[in-house]
Design a protein around this ligand. Structure first.
Ligand code: MTE
Length: 448
């Protein structure tokens, strides 16, 4: 492994962090003490007598704690439940290195501390171009109209109550910002998975298929081939969505998220759900859908969220997320406390459908083994994978590689840069590498 780390050209060390030492420590303390726990659990399974000796005299076993000998809190002491006080470090975090205009910015989801595939609503990442708003639902109106009267027979304005009486669907989907992993293009190695990949989250959304509403308004599908989605916030967020996506029945106008109403930060009371498509098209605080016969080329698709290619040209309308994955534990900023067994766990997703397979490597992509996928594996949703690993105490490079149902294989940095160059900001789906050194410390590096 020592040689592997030195292999010239393949390993590009992280040149700088854009967080201060203090900030990195704060992030690292936000991790669960999962690694310590998993080591102890593994020790217990493999060497029970040793553990039995180690527990001798442990006051946590020998004395009855207060919670065993006293009355607990009454029901509804907290009418809206919140996490344990001992989990208070697991938070969305901002990156001080990113530009902020007023309330416009990003908060990253703490992927390193999450299990399964559903992101708790309060930890769902946020991306606002002009801050978030908490709209009075009784005053919110949602309009469907046409760019020209011949495209639609009955333009309508709906209230939230009217929408909630209609047939609804509930589906689990990921939403990822096109700029997720964006700073990695420039090899500015941010320290933790929260900052490298924390602009992806996954929820069960509930709402009304947009096709149902367009049918209700009498849209002429032969002529109307695009829709324009518009938000009610100050950012004038507008995006074009091709009609085929709407006609497939996958696009819906959501009011529910994880069994309750959307959170204000995520678009309360209405947002568009466009499965597989980059987050910017998931227009929040949705107030209008216009049907049209050509793409609208609005500011958020003509000058933003486009890919700067090596020849200096911009590539537009590359909205669908290709397959991507990342190991979330263990990951950058965490420390392995000792040799032995670790459960490698991560998430994979594809905007083209279901994840078919995830491979993991512990030697920087020389050898791969197939990870176990946790079912059910859903369309355009996160898929959790797990793989066993026994750390021998030597340097290692942890990687995961997703393959989706179309057969697309997540590329290495070398493969991605060969096609896309290195000037882009958006749509980075390269294989992520975590470097483990002998002290057990884990950091973010790029393997080309
Ligand atoms: N919709 C409106 N109206 N205003 C916005 O600023 N941001 C977009 C999209 N929808 C945005 C918006 C972007 S860039 C992303 S990545 C997603 O919302 C983020 O969704 P989230 O904040 O719920 O995670």
């Amino acid at each position: 492994m020592g040689n592997l780390l030195e292999q010239a050209g393949r390993l590009r060390p992280a040149p700088e962090n854009f967080l201060s030492d203090e900030q990195v420590k704060a992030v690292a303390s936000g991790r669960r003490d999962f690694l310590r726990k998993s080591f102890l659990a593994a020790s217990a399974a493999l060497a029970a007598p040793v553990v039995a000796r180690a527990t001798e005299g442990d006051p946590n076993i020998l004395t009855n704690p207060a919670w065993t000998t006293s009355l607990g809190q009454p029901v509804a002491a907290r009418p809206y439940g919140t996490p344990s006080q001992f989990e208070s470090q697991l938070l969305r975090r901002e990156s001080p290195g990113l530009a902020r205009v007023g309330g416009a910015s990003v908060s990253f989801c703490p992927l390193q501390g999450l299990f399964g595939i559903i992101t708790p609503s309060g930890l769902h990442f946020e991306r606002h171009h002009q801050g978030w708003v908490d709209i009075d639902p009784s005053k919110h109106r949602f309009m469907v109209n046409g760019s020209d009267d011949s495209l639609i027979k009955r333009p309508k304005v709906y209230t939230l109550d009217e929408l909630m009486r209609m047939p609804s669907v509930s589906r689990i989907h990921f939403v990822e910002c096109g700029a997720n992993s964006g700073v990695e293009w420039a090899n500015v190695a941010v320290p933790t998975v929260q900052y490298t990949h924390g602009m992806v989250s996954c929820s069960e959304f509930t709402g009304v298929p947009l096709k149902h509403l367009l049918d209700d308004c009498g849209v002429d599908y032969k002529k109307a081939r695009y829709v324009l989605a518009e938000g009610a916030d100050g950012s004038s967020m507008t995006r074009t969505i091709p009609m085929e996506m709407v006609e497939s029945g996958e696009v819906f106008v959501a009011y529910g998220q994880n069994g309750e109403m959307l959170r204000p930060e995520n678009g309360y009371p209405l947002r568009l759900v466009v499965p597989g498509v980059q987050g910017v098209s998931w227009v929040k605080w949705l107030r209008r859908i216009e049907v049209g016969d050509k793409p609208y080329a609005t500011k958020d698709e003509a000058v933003h969220y486009i890919d700067l290619m090596p020849d200096g040209q911009h590539r537009q309308y590359t909205s669908i997320h290709e397959a991507k994955s990342v190991i979330t534990t263990p990951s950058g900023g965490q420390t392995l406390l000792d040799k032995g067994f670790y459960n490698i766990s991560g998430i994979a997703w594809s905007g083209r459908g279901r994840i078919k397979r995830v491979d993991v490597s512990f030697d920087g992509g020389i050898n791969w083994q197939t990870a176990r996928l946790e079912g059910p594996i859903q369309n355009k949703a996160l898929t959790r994978f797990n793989a066993p690993w026994v750390w021998d105490g030597k340097p290692a490079l942890l990687q995961s590689r997703a393959i989706d149902e179309t057969g697309y294989v997540q590329p290495s940095y070398g493969q991605l840069r060969a096609v896309r160059g290195s000037k882009s900001i958006y749509h980075n789906n390269a294989i992520q590498s975590w470097k483990v050194v002998e002290s057990g410390e884990i950091s973010n590096v790029q393997v080309l």
